[in-house]
Design a protein around this ligand. Sequence first.
Ligand code: HEM
Length: 158
Amino acid sequence: MGEGINDNMINTNGADNMDVTHTEETADSDVKYYTLEEVKTHNMKTDAWLIIHDKVYNITSFLEEHPGGEDVLMVQAGADATVSFEDVGHSTDAREMLIKYYIGELKMDDRKKEGTKEEFITTSGDGSSSWTTWLIPAIVAVVVGIMYRYYMQERKSS
Ligand code: HEM
């Protein structure tokens, strides 16, 4: 994995970085990047990670403390829990707690930006036709209104 395919983006000072295993570091900070494949392997009670909004959390020590229970977390362990986490409507406190368990970022290649957006914008078709549905009746209404005014004026003057 990662035998220098994308390394030019990530590894700008690679002179003494001989040991490139699963975690590559950005040039600007110590942020660790994990692949989805790697996160998937951490799906046990003794070693549980999950992804929320492209960030990776090691929640092993939190499993027993979670007010929503251990089981719901274990269902998500090793996977992207963004939708479940948001569906519950976690409090600001819960969101702040995440910091404690943060261990790094999901690799850019494994992020699904459109995927997460699509989940929330699926209710009313593709949206592109929505403006035509009101614009055409609006034009018709204006034209009918103008014609009606002319008609009334003609009736008054005759
Ligand atoms: C590390 C990630 C998580 C943290 C820090 C966290 C934290 C919390 C906290 C503090 C609460 C108490 C209520 C609140 O303050 O919102 C809570 C409740 C809950 N959480 Fe989480 N949670 C996490 C992940 C998840 C995930 C992934 C799920 C779903 C699969 C989940 C499901 C629930 C449920 C069902 C409740 C109970 C809600 C209720 O009884 O009203 N949580 N969580």
